[in-house]
Ligand binder design. Structure first.
Ligand SMILES: [Zn+2]
Length: 301
């Protein structure tokens, strides 16, 4: 179904190509949203709130609204927007659901972000479309903010302080991520390619602990570490197998079963490592300066 049609069915009003509807003072925006880690855009309803939704409240909202989960977005403030997929088909159910959600937000003392998020003033002179929602701002506030962030990225952001420490921590982190694979191999003698999915996340966790600035290049570091560990592990496993059979690796390769098994497992390993990198990409990228630069671009319009 087209977004226009869906908006019409659900009584959303269109203004400048943006579909909104107000529920007890909370403005809901109907957006098409690309869910992190997926490649499809789906219709979702977004609420932009006046403060960060912390962990406690996230749990509370999920529980009370009987959601499986919801997506948090940063719209001018950090983690202050909620994206949900309500039942779009039936307007009565949709309305009662939205009203219920809004009641929960009221109970938790969240308000609609209806003032300039940069200075807090309610009287605004401009708007920006951020992540698909309208945000009321002052042109000057946005300009100052963009300038400040840009300067920050150019100075502090490009600092190489702690970089070596972070890389070492990322290497250690990646190894910790590999441990489940090693343990399973040594205890029950098999490997699970799915476990390779842990490696990039563990490496990134290490990088963060190191305290270096998270430039866009972090992605490359994480990818390289993952691409060394998983295939390296597979090579080690087969080397060990040859050793148990009192052969060198090269001698073992002359045995058909060994060679075919090695090639097959190596291909699976590389495939899953590539998967792991692409799977973790969005999550990790969101925490780098690359994302900040993108967000700033959106503000500039
Ligand atoms: Zn302002």
């Amino acid at each position: 179904m087209k977004l226009e049609q869906m908006a019409g069915n659900l009584n959303f009003q269109q203004k400048d190509g943006i579909f909104t509807r107000t529920f007890s003072g909370y403005e809901a925006t109907l957006v098409v949203y690309k869910v992190p880690g997926s490649y499809v855009k789906i219709p979702m309803v977004m609420f932009v709130l006046n403060k960060t939704i912390d962990k406690e409240d996230t749990k509370m909202i999920i529980k009370k609204a009987k959601l499986r989960s919801f997506i948090k977005e940063s719209v001018a403030l950090k983690d202050n927007a909620i994206l949900i997929i309500p039942r779009f088909k039936n307007i009565e159910k949709f309305d009662s659901y939205m009203n219920q959600l809004v009641t929960i937000l009221q109970d938790l003392r969240y308000k609609q972000l209806d003032y300039c998020p940069y200075c807090g003033e309610a009287e605004t002179d401009s708007v920006r479309i951020i992540k698909g929602a309208t945000v009321h701002v002052h042109d000057k506030c946005v300009k100052d903010f963009v300038e400040k962030v840009t300067t920050h990225l150019e100075t502090v952001g490009s600092s190489k302080k702690n970089l070596l420490k972070s890389i070492i921590f990322a290497i250690i982190g990646g190894f910790v991520g590999l441990l489940p694979s090693i343990i399973i191999l040594f205890t029950i003698g098999i490997y699970s390619a799915w476990l390779f999915l842990i490696i990039p996340f563990a490496a990134f966790y290490g990088f963060k602990k190191g305290g270096a600035q998270r430039g866009s290049y972090v992605m490359v570091i994480i990818a390289v570490i993952s691409l060394i560990y998983a295939p390296g592990f597979m090579f080690y496993a087969y080397n060990d197998l040859a050793f148990i059979n009192e052969l060198t690796f090269n001698e073992a390769l002359l045995i058909d079963d060994f060679r075919i098994g090695f090639i097959k497992d190596m291909l699976v390993t590389c495939l899953f490592t590539a998967l792991a990198i692409s799977f973790s990409w969005k999550t990790i990228y969101k925490q780098t300066h690359g994302q900040i630069k993108r967000d700033i671009k959106e503000l500039r319009g």
